[in-house]
Design a binder for this molecule. Structure first.
Ligand SMILES: [Zn+2]
Length: 133
């Protein structure tokens, strides 16, 4: 699993200047750190080999739903994706949808957003602004 942050920074939440600048620039948020951390925990044991060519792209929070965009999951069995979603949901305590890069996230969010999350989805900043740290 390739992530944009150092493993050490994700694990300790103490960021080196490189990781800090990724957060400061707004390119990534603490949500990305949390999801990266959860993914690192998933990509262990036999999953490490399965996910070794998968690259983390970005996460989007829409109400109680988190859409996790990854690169290189197209060839993976559906059961692996479901397992990842299940593990991420348990860690993040939110509904999680894992998608391959290239999917229209705004469209997907509209389809998947629950009625409860709808008002948040419509907040200023629409379509979607990554959550700031
Ligand atoms: Zn770092």
């Amino acid at each position: 699993m390739k992530i944009p942050f150092c493993t050490f920074c994700v694990k300790t939440r103490v960021f080196c200047s490189k990781c800090q600048s990724l957060l400061d620039s707004g390119e990534y948020s603490m949500l990305d750190v949390d999801v990266s951390d959860a993914l690192l925990n998933i990509a262990t044991g036999k999953m490490e080999e399965v996910l070794k060519n998968v690259e983390y792209v970005k996460s989007y929070e829409v109400g109680d739903l988190v859409i996790v965009v990854l690169k290189g999951i197209k060839a993976l069995p559906r059961t692996i994706i479901q397992q990842m979603e299940h593990d991420l949901e348990r860690t993040l305590n939110k509904r999680v949808k894992v998608v391959e890069k290239g999917v229209n996230v705004n469209e997907l969010a509209t389809q998947l957003a629950s009625p409860a999350g709808y008002s948040q989805y419509q907040r200023p900043g629409f379509p979607m602004v990554p959550r700031r740290p």
